[in-house]
Ligand binder design. Sequence first.
Ligand SMILES: CC(C)(COP(=O)(O)OP(=O)(O)OC[C@H]1O[C@@H](n2cnc3c(N)ncnc32)[C@H](O)[C@@H]1OP(=O)(O)O)[C@@H](O)C(=O)NCCC(=O)NCCS
Length: 161
Amino acid sequence: MPELELRALHANHKHAVESVLRGARVFREEEIRTALDVFEEALRPYEDYHMIGAFLEGSLGGYACYGPTPMTDGCWHLYWIAVHQAFQRRGIAHALMERVLADCSAHKVRLLTLEASGDAPAAPARAFYEAVGFREEARVRDFYRPGDDVVHYVVRFPPAS
Ligand SMILES: CC(C)(COP(=O)(O)OP(=O)(O)OC[C@H]1O[C@@H](n2cnc3c(N)ncnc32)[C@H](O)[C@@H]1OP(=O)(O)O)[C@@H](O)C(=O)NCCC(=O)NCCS
């Protein structure tokens, strides 16, 4: 596999981010639009979001967007993580998460949270979250739509190895 490079994302990566979101093959149109809105918001200088891209030979293969949760003391949220299907299962999301967790540790984060769908298409993502140390702490049944729960995952720091 070509060498993986992790670096910050900028405004000119918007099309590449869209292509990753579409290429991940699980997101609905509304979810892609929301992710791109968050991407734009994250670039505003007064916003406290962090975005890292995973590049292979200059092409964006995946990215993660995360940052502090307002009105909490030491709680951060992982807003988005996605890898283009062409690059999945090669350790890209693991590499991104390693960087996210290291950044959280450096900022003395207590809890890193995320929300995932409980439906079948999100099963690979849930397997990934559990593989990198997230634990399910709550579930609201039928949250997204009937039969589709929201699952609240948490990493408590220091994360279990
Ligand atoms: C979840 C996702 C980010 C993982 O990215 P990735 O780069 O393929 O992940 P990695 O290669 O680093 O890690 C793979 C691990 O994740 C889990 N995993 C990933 N895909 C899986 C699948 N189809 N079935 C079961 N486990 C899976 C496994 O633990 C796997 O480890 P293994 O390959 O040793 O079995 C990627 O599948 C993705 O972008 N999915 C679509 C977007 C998405 O659902 N995002 C979350 C929104 S809630």
